[in-house]
Design a protein around this ligand. Structure first.
Ligand SMILES: [Zn+2]
Length: 344
């Protein structure tokens, strides 16, 4: 569809240009160029629209009345978080599951690291006139692909590549606690007002990157790492309920999970100190812990992850897409640059 639209537009532009070179005086040149750029712009718009709307575009293209009234805000990109707004009485389904709505009829959909290029939402609206009858409409949205950094490391001693069975057993048990802490779909909705950085500092690890040891791919890195010394305060990026506060998990050390509502949660790893307890409500900007180097790490840093369990799955999203670009921070008097090498 895109290719076709572009091709047609290209031919139209060529014809106009040839016509103008043969027949038009210099006086008319500006006008013709305007038309050409308008045609170009239109072709780009048409291609973009076709790509975004998929099959719906085909229908509306040929004059059938299909209104695409559903608008999503946020970054339509792998790892992104989208916010949708419905009309009163409407409901929305994603992958066959109804999404939670707040009192203002808003909902969220999060996109995984490797999300498909098309997101499909199904909106049901009460049919006019008839009681208990619903109209259902399908809305496809284009999702942009991202490229992640993949690092191949060869010649690593095998004992470091294969974890020992005891550790596997422990981390599996602990993993279940983490899963449980993220499972609820709470009505909390402060996060619609946005997120702030839990700590500012050098970013030493990004979402989606992956290491391959001796040809064996590791789990991708799902968080954003900010390296600051042990003891640096960490604040809640948005309000929520503390659903897990554990001082020492095998991989992640001091671990905190804040449930923001609608299945969306923040997890902080490697903390040296927890300042809040489970079942405690926290506000955006409230200090919740201290940076540390606990668990399996090479140095002190905060690993901030975000998960969404809204449609029954477990989507890992990129926290960095939800906050402003990292601004300046004030280093401690004796803070060394060495800490910027740490991560994981
Ligand atoms: Zn990390």
């Amino acid at each position: 569809m895109c290719e076709l639209a572009l091709e047609i537009a290209g031919v139209v532009v060529d014809v106009i240009e040839q016509f103008y070179r043969r027949h038009c005086s210099k006086k008319n040149r500006v006008n013709v160029q305007k038309i050409v750029s308008r045609v170009n712009g239109f072709a780009a718009f048409a291609a973009g629209y076709a790509y975004a709307m998929g099959r719906v575009a085909l229908l509306s293209w040929f004059g059938m009345a299909v209104a695409n009234a559903l608008e999503l805000t946020g970054e339509p990109v792998q790892g992104g978080l989208l916010v949708g707004q419905l009309e009163p009485g409407q409901s929305v389904q994603y992958r066959g599951k109804a999404l939670q709505l707040d009192q203002q009829h808003r909902f969220i959909v999060a996109l995984d690291r490797d999300a498909e290029p098309e997101l499909v939402l199904q909106v049901s609206s009460p049919a006019s006139g008839e009681k208990q009858s619903m109209n259902t409409q399908i809305y496809p949205f284009a999702i942009r692909n991202r490229e992640y950094s993949i690092q191949h490391i060869e010649g690593v001693e095998q004992k470091y590549v294969e974890p020992n069975p005891k550790q596997v057993e422990r981390s599996r048990r602990e993993g279940q606690w983490v899963v449980n802490a993220r499972r609820q779909q709470r009505a909390q909705n402060d996060f619609f007002d946005g997120f702030i950085w839990p700590v500012r500092g050098p970013i030493t690890g990004v979402f989606g990157s992956q290491r391959v040891y001796n040809g064996q791919p590791r789990r991708p890195h799902y968080g954003v790492d900010v390296a600051r010394p042990t003891g640096t305060p960490v604040v809640a990026p948005s309000g929520g309920l503390v659903t897990l506060a554990h001082p020492d998990l095998y991989f992640s050390g001091g671990t905190l999970i804040i449930d923001h509502g609608h299945g969306l949660s923040s997890t902080f790893l490697h903390l040296s100190k927890l300042l809040v307890a489970e079942d405690q409500q926290v506000l955006q900007g409230q200090a919740v812990g201290h940076i540390g180097a606990t668990g399996r790490v090479t140095g002190a840093h905060l690993d901030w992850r975000m998960n969404w369990t809204g449609a029954g799955g477990n989507v890992r999203l990129d926290p960095q897409l939800l906050v402003e670009p990292m601004s300046e921070w004030v280093a401690l008097p004796n803070e060394s640059i060495e800490s910027t090498k740490t991560g994981d």
